[in-house]
Ligand binder design. Structure first.
Ligand code: GAR
Length: 218
């Protein structure tokens, strides 16, 4: 059975597009049951519609507070019965109530090698820290912002003369294969999320899976 995925996105939606393309190409055994956004102008919504996937807008301003918006958003997502909710550039904090009600069912792609550089402006944070290596992580969403168990990572070098934009572009080229390979392993039940516990090939995951140069896990 294809993995039933809901995607939440606030913006451009290139990670969403990578998932849509992989499903269409038959390289990911999954189905996107819907795309949800908090922003009317999110290009992700247009990408969903172009692919024939239901696209939904749930605007924060229509609800009194974060809890109300979360309840409306995740209540609607629940009705589509996804097995997994993928935050792909969703730029709002998700409250503990919504996260705790869906243990092990939400993942997020974050543009840093977690636990380094949580939050926003991660590429500038990496430049400011003077690191020589940067990258992206896919992690389980918990109530701790960018703090849930890290499933997988892809690494890139920081090069002399890099700007936040050049670094972001280098990281993004590896975000897409990272997210896809992680979703493949979840779809194949090689990676199993149970609450905050993660098993890989039947054993507890002790360190994040690392994306190799061939875009597969080493
Ligand atoms: C990606 O770089 C993703 O890692 C980042 O937003 C971008 C979305 O790009 N997510 C976060 O910063 C989450 N805190 P996309 O809309 O083209 O997929």
């Amino acid at each position: 059975m294809p993995l039933r995925i809901a995607v939440i996105a606030s913006g451009r939606g290139s990670n969403l597009q990578a998932i849509l393309d992989a499903i269409a190409a038959g390289t990911l055994d999954a189905e996107i049951v819907g795309v949800w956004s908090d922003r009317r102008d999110a290009f992700a919504l247009q990408r969903a519609r172009a692919a024939g996937v239901p696209a939904h807008l749930v605007r924060p301003r229509d609800y009194g507070d974060r809890t109300g918006h979360d309840a409306a958003l995740f209540g609607a997502i629940d009705l589509a019965e996804p097995e997994l909710i993928v935050c792909a550039g969703y730029m709002r904090l998700i409250g503990a109530a919504a996260v705790d009600a869906r243990p092990g069912r939400m993942i997020n792609i974050h543009p840093s090698l977690l636990p380094a550089f949580k939050g926003l402006h991660t590429h500038q944070q990496a430049l400011d820290a003077g690191v020589t290596e940067h990258g992206a992580s896919v992690h389980v969403v918990t109530a701790d912002l960018d703090g849930g168990p890290v499933l997988s990572q892809a690494r890139v070098p920081v090069l002399p003369g890099d700007t936040a934009d050049s670094l972001a572009a280098r990281v993004l080229t590896r975000e897409h294969p990272l997210l896809l390979e992680t979703l493949r392993w979840i779809a194949e039940r090689r990676l199993v999320l149970t609450g905050s516990r993660v098993d890989v090939n039947g054993h507890p995951l002790t360190a994040p899976l690392q994306l190799a140069a061939n875009q597969r896990f080493a």
